[in-house]
Design a protein around this ligand. Structure first.
Ligand code: ZN
Length: 216
C-alpha cells in the first residue's frame, strides 16, 4: 500500500527555527510522560520538525525538572543503560581517532558525564571539560575523574577562544533557545582545525517509525 500523501503545507505559527521558512506540514503531536500534547510541524522547505507553538518557559521548566535525568543513580533501567554505554563507548573510540593525545575536549550538555568518562578512560592525557545545568545529572558528572565541570550554560561559560580540539553536542543543540546563534560561538572556541560533533534525533529514523509518538 502506498504511504498516505503528505498533508498540505500551511502557514506555521512560528517560522522554521533552522531556515526561517514560514510554511510547514502538520505532524502527529508529541506526548510527554504526563500525557500533555505538543503540536509538531515539519518545515515545508528543509524538513526540520519543530514544536509549534513553541513550548512556554513554564512547560520547559516542567519538562527539564529532575524527572528528565531521573533521581536514581542512572537515568534508565539497566538494559537500556547498557545499550547507552555501548553506544557512547563506540562514539568515544571514533572521536579519539586523529585527535592529539593531550587534546582539550568540551562536551556541551554533558549530562552525567558518560562520554567524557569514556574518553578519559581511553585517552588519559586528554583535558576534559563539561557543561551541564545544575541538577542531579551535573552532580553525577562532577564525580567523573579529571573533569572540569561548568554548572550552567554555554552562554555563561568563560573559555578562551581557539581553545578546544573537539567540542561535542550530542542531542543538545536542538534544546538551545537559539540554536543557530550558538554556532558562531562554538566555532570561536575551536582551535584551527578543531572538530565539532553535532548529533540530532532523526525523525525519519526506523526507531521513530516503530515507536510513533512514543518515540524515545
Ligand atoms: Zn526549515
Amino acid at each position: 500500500m502506498p504511504p498516505p500523501p503528505l498533508p498540505a503545507p500551511v502557514a506555521a505559527g512560528r517560522a522554521c527555527p533552522l531556515c526561517g521558512h514560514s510554511e510547514a506540514r502538520a505532524l502527529p503531536a508529541a506526548v510527554d510522560e504526563e500525557g500533555c500534547l505538543f503540536p509538531r510541524r515539519a518545515c515545508a522547505s528543509c524538513g526540520t520538525a519543530f514544536l509549534d507553538p513553541a513550548p512556554t518557559p513554564a512547560q520547559l521548566d516542567r519538562a527539564y525538572a529532575a524527572s528528565y535525568y531521573g533521581t536514581r543513580s542512572t537515568k534508565f533501567p539497566a538494559p537500556i543503560e547498557r545499550l547507552r554505554e555501548a553506544a557512547a563507548a563506540g562514539r568515544a573510540r571514533r572521536l579519539l581517532a586523529g585527535l592529539p593525545t593531550d587534546a582539550r575536549i568540551l562536551d556541551v550538555g554533558c549530562g552525567d558525564g558518560r562520554l567524557l568518562r569514556l574518553l578519559g578512560q581511553r585517552a588519559p592525557a586528554t583535558e576534559l571539560h563539561g557543561i551541564e545545568l545544575p541538577g542531579p545529572a551535573a552532580d553525577r558528572a562532577a564525580a567523573v575523574p579529571g573533569i572540569h565541570l561548568h554548572r550552567g550554560t554555554l552562554d555563561d561559560a568563560t573559555y578562551p577562544e581557539a581553545h578546544f580540539d573537539l567540542i561535542c553536542l550530542v542531542h543538545v543543540l536542538e534544546h538551545l533557545p537559539a540554536p543557530g546563534a550558538s554556532l558562531p560561538r562554538l566555532a570561536r572556541l575551536l582551535r584551527p582545525g578543531g572538530r565539532l560533533l553535532l548529533s540530532f534525533p532523526n525523525i525519519a529514523s526506523l526507531q521513530t517509525r516503530a515507536f510513533g509518538t512514543a518515540w524515545f
